[in-house]
Every structure is written in C-alpha cells, then in structure tokens.
Design a protein around this ligand. Sequence first.
Ligand SMILES: [Zn+2]
Ligand SMILES: [Zn+2]
Length: 343
Amino acid sequence: MLHVSVDNCGITVDNKSKKISLDPNKQPNSDFIFVSHAHSDHLYRCVKENGNKIITSKITHKIAMHRGYKYGDMYQEHDFRLLDSGHILGSNGLLIEDELYYTGDISIRKRAFMNPAIIPNARILIIESTFGDPDYIFPKFETTIHKANLIISEMYHQGIPVILLGYTLGKAQILTNVFRHWKPLIIHDSIDEMNKLYSEFGISMDNYVTFSEAENNNILSSHQPWLLIAPLASCKNGFLNYIKKKYGALSIGFSGWAVKPYYKYALGLDYCFPLSDHCDYDDLITVVKKCNPEKIYTFHGFAESFADSLRLLGFDANPLVYTKGNRNKTYLKLVTFFNKSNS
Ligand SMILES: [Zn+2]
Ligand SMILES: [Zn+2]
C-alpha cells in the first residue's frame, strides 16, 4: 500500500520497504530521490553522501551538473518508470509500481520540438497545480507565435530592434527555435549555455550570435533591426532597461502569468503573451481525466483551490500542503510570477 505525505523536505511516497522523495528541497530521510527536471525549484544542492539513490533522466542529470549541482550516479529501479512530462528537455513524471503517478511540472501541448506529456492510468495521482485556476486558460501555441511574428515584422519594417524574453531554461530554447528565421538573431550568453546543452541532446540550436559576440562586432549599434532573446526579468531596471533605452528596442515577454494584464505592467514590458511550459487549467483537467485516478493530490501554485475544483467535479482530491503548527500554513513551493527559481 503506497502512502503519500508531505513535510518540510517536500513530498514523500512510502511503501513498506522503500521511501522515495519527490523533488525534495532539503536532504530527505529516504531511500530514493526523484528529480523530475532541472529547474532550480526542483533541485537541491547536496544530493550525495546520504546514500540516497537518484532517479532522474540522463538529460536532467547533465543539466543539473552543468548548473553546479553535485549529483551522484543515476539509479534505475524496475518499479519506477520515467515518463516524458513535456515541460522542458529531459523532464519526466514518475510512475511507481503502475499505481501512483507523479507529474512533476507538466505540459500536454506540442511546442516546437517539445512533445506532449505521456499520461498513464494510475490509482493515485500527484499533480502540479501551478495554473490550477480557471482564470488561467492559454491560447494556442501557434496563435501566440503568429501574433509575435506580426509584431516583429512591423518593428523590422520600422527599423526597431526587438527583445524576446523567457525563462533561461526551457522557454528560451523554444523561442530560439521558433524565431530562428529572424536575422540577425542574438542570444543572451546565459541562454546560449543552455542552448548548447540542448544541442548536445539533438535539438539543434544554431545560426545565431551571442550577445557578447554581437557587442564586439557592433551588431547592436548597426542601423539595422535585430532580434535578441534574453532571460525574462523586469525591464524597469538593470540590463534590459539599459538595452531598451540605448537601442530603442521593443520588449515582448512570454509567460503563463501573462494571462493577467497587470503582469506586463509589473515587469515594464511592451507586450506579453501567455506562453507556458505548464498545463493551463483545462489541460490539468484533461490530465486528471486521462489518468482516471481514485485519489488525487495537488501541489504547487493553486494547490488548494484546484483540489476544491476537482472535488466539485466528483474526484477525491486533497492539496499537499505542508502545515507548520496549527495556524501557520506554508504552501509547498508556492510559485509566484516573480519566481526567479524557475529560470
Ligand atoms: Zn519547471
Ligand atoms: Zn516547478
């Protein structure tokens, strides 16, 4: 019998002989650690020396090591199946004993080279609920890309350079891929590092110059428009504000949180499109129906309200929320739209 619990380290699944921690944020007391993907809110620094065996994909392992996490060897266990979760390259959900499915971060939409998640049937489902609120419904991927292309085209026509902004790992590689026909294409150096890792795993990312190469070769100050892909951050100060002012560039952000109009103003962006590597509300419901579980646990973001919605639909659902003491409720890894850890 599998037992699910949550404490200050994160979510743990227990069955009589072994304990597995799912994306722990501290050193857990468990036999196995599952790392679903290489975003920093799912990694923690010191997996080693405690005898935990790490279950993760080769790609996640490689990206994590590249980001400075010192992980031991990967371990395989026949009771555990890794299933593509469609979130970023190398991301996986975990199916334990054909009975419990943990989604990690998940997307079921085809986006450029990213494929939709594979969803198994399972008796118990642990599902992320970052956008588990009915307000968060995303437009089609193709529609968003088309709209952005129209704006870039108009700007190029007027000789105005454009900056596209997305999370450094995951989103930025999708942007590099779908906007590669614009020239000159300039990629921020931190994104170039991640692009190179993607290339090593067969997703070719080329035909661009890095930001430092562009600066050295005076591409930015030449009198032709350019397209820069940079990490999503506020345009109100720092690097982006400097670039915008110096070259009169227009900024376009890409994030699921852009469903709310105030997001664009909060970050000081000219445009912002809802484009996410997560499921929107309807997608989450689709995942639940496909999985067809008897028991559901929600985590991340709208964990409590999404569990409420699922109960209204007739499912047996509870949020996995770590409760400290009686009153002081702490959401497990609450995601806000300023969460930089997603980069
Ligand atoms: Zn993630
Ligand atoms: Zn996450």
